[in-house]
Design a protein around this ligand. Structure first.
Ligand code: DC
Length: 231
């Protein structure tokens, strides 16, 4: 394995259900990098706002909450703490996902969370996934991936996630919610979901997890080690 002496940043962006979290977690483990799920941070702020009955239209209040939120991502991204409370499961509901997308439109919320994300990525090599990592959070990232998949496949994956968690949801509702969230994330004025010009586009439709992992590792090798083995 080629030794990396400097800090490396890998950015993975893409829509919901493209497989970013699973693949980023696997890669982080394989490369020994810190995994950071930026979406979990938007979800944590949304959860806090919901619990406080705060009006999402009150942009000032939302920014205050985002700034005040003490969000801790435990190693490997397996546990998320909000103000010291374990909210790992609580932030994964569809309602919190929708609200996360709503609060993510607010520029002040984004500023607060982008600061936290940059601070997290300051010390170690990281794989950070989200919507604006390669475009806004780390525009100088060493490797940028835009991970996509067919809308139908993304819905199927979400349904499978729910099933694995012992929950069920009507496919039409999941599809409609995902469509709405995608539209909001892609069309907002501040840091919309978009592919950075220097990002590599990977369509994971029909690919196995191993297949996606290998594709990304090929890009990582090419960008970081001029083709030498890296993992
Ligand atoms: O990746 P996720 O589904 O957990 O993200 C939840 C919402 O958070 C997503 O719909 C939009 C927002 N988000 C964002 O705006 N920017 C990011 N970097 C990550 C997530």
């Amino acid at each position: 394995m080629a030794k990396q002496s400097r800090r490396v940043v890998i950015a993975i962006d893409g829509p919901a259900g493209a497989g970013k979290s699973t693949i980023a977690r696997r890669l982080a483990e394989r490369l020994g990098f810190t995994y950071i799920d930026s979406g979990a941070m938007y979800r944590a702020v949304a959860l806090w706002a919901m619990r406080q009955n705060a009006d999402p239209a009150d942009m000032h209040r939302m920014e205050q909450l985002a700034r005040a939120a003490d969000i801790e991502l435990q190693p490997a991204g397996l546990q998320i703490l909000l103000n010291g409370e374990d909210v790992t499961a609580a932030i994964r509901t569809p309602e919190v996902g929708q609200q996360a997308s709503v609060v993510a439109v607010i520029p002040g919320v984004r500023r607060a969370l982008v600061e936290k994300q940059r601070a997290l990525g300051e010390r170690t090599s990281v794989i950070m996934e989200g919507r604006d990592i390669g475009t806004v959070v780390f525009p100088d990232a060493d490797v940028k991936i835009f991970l996509d998949a067919d809308p139908q496949e993304r819905v199927s994956r979400r349904l499978r996630d729910f099933r694995d968690q012992g929950e069920s949801a009507p496919p039409e509702a999941v599809a409609a919610q995902m469509q709405e969230r995608d539209r909001r994330d892609r069309t907002r004025a501040e840091a919309p979901l978009t592919q950075a010009p220097d990002a590599v586009y990977i369509d994971s439709t029909g690919l196995s997890l191993d297949g996606v992992e290998e594709e990304i590792l090929r890009v990582v090798r090419a960008r970081l080690t001029n083709g030498k083995d890296f993992s």
